[in-house]
Design a protein around this ligand. Structure first.
Ligand code: CA
Length: 227
């Protein structure tokens, strides 16, 4: 499946140029022309990356960035800030508003696509690829399909095991029901997303005390978290 990029830019020509080049590079693109729409779409789509113009009318890029970082649903999404003013970027990054990188205008579309792809690749590399995932008293042994809580094995179905593993491998990052249907069930088209909730309920029951590592993010999805 294609990584999804949310592009936020109020200038139609620039938006079109960026969207065109990202799509050409095999990425899925969602666009927003102002900060409000950006915030809504970020929650609704949980994109893999956000390309955020700094200068936006009303809610500007800095504010959007701050709100995204405060919201647990979107806090882990990588952000590339785009601006015409290089001088401001020290401030953007220095204030730790959470932008991962910045690009200054004018940029070559080719460079922009490269930056996006590099950041996506880095993000992927942070997914836990180990065979054994632990969180407190919960141990997930991927190759052996074995889960233990406080040293005692927990009997999970293949789907429950996969659901837990996918969430744990993306620890700290909210996964939408649609993402889980795609990655756990391998559904390409959306079927009833309540399927996810049903399995999640059973998984939690079986995990007992270790169910605390599975957060529900209201209106968005689920997340594996040790906090
Ligand atoms: Ca702008």
């Amino acid at each position: 499946m294609k990584p999804k990029i949310l592009v936020v830019e109020d200038e139609p020509d620039a938006l079109e140029l960026i969207a065109f080049n990202l799509k050409n590079a095999g990425l899925e693109v969602v666009t927003a022309e102002n900060g409000e729409a950006a915030l809504q779409l970020a929650r609704a789509h949980l994109p893999d990356l956000i390309l955020l113009d700094l200068m936006l009318p009303e809610v500007d890029g800095l504010e959007v960035c701050k709100i995204l970082r405060r919201d647990s649903a979107t806090s882990a999404i990588p952000i590339i800030m785009v601006t015409a003013r290089a001088a401001e970027m020290d401030r953007v990054l220095g204030l730790e508003l959470g932008a991962d990188e910045y690009v200054t205008k004018p940029f070559s579309p080719r460079e922009l696509v490269l930056r996006v792809k590099n950041l996506l690749r880095r993000r992927q590399a942070t997914e836990t690829k180990t065979d054994r995932i632990t969180a407190g008293d919960l141990v997930i042994d991927i190759p052996r399909h074995l889960v233990t809580v406080q040293g005692r094995p927990v009997e999970l179905t293949a789907t429950e095991f996969r659901l837990l593993s996918v969430l744990a491998q993306r620890r700290g990052r909210v996964q939408s029901r649609e993402q889980l249907l795609r990655d756990v069930w391998n559904y390409e088209s959306l079927i009833d997303t309540r399927t996810v909730d049903t399995h999640m309920r059973r998984l939690r029951e079986k995990l007992g005390p270790a169910a605390r590592y599975l957060d529900t993010v209201r209106g968005v999805g689920y997340r594996f978290s040790e906090a």
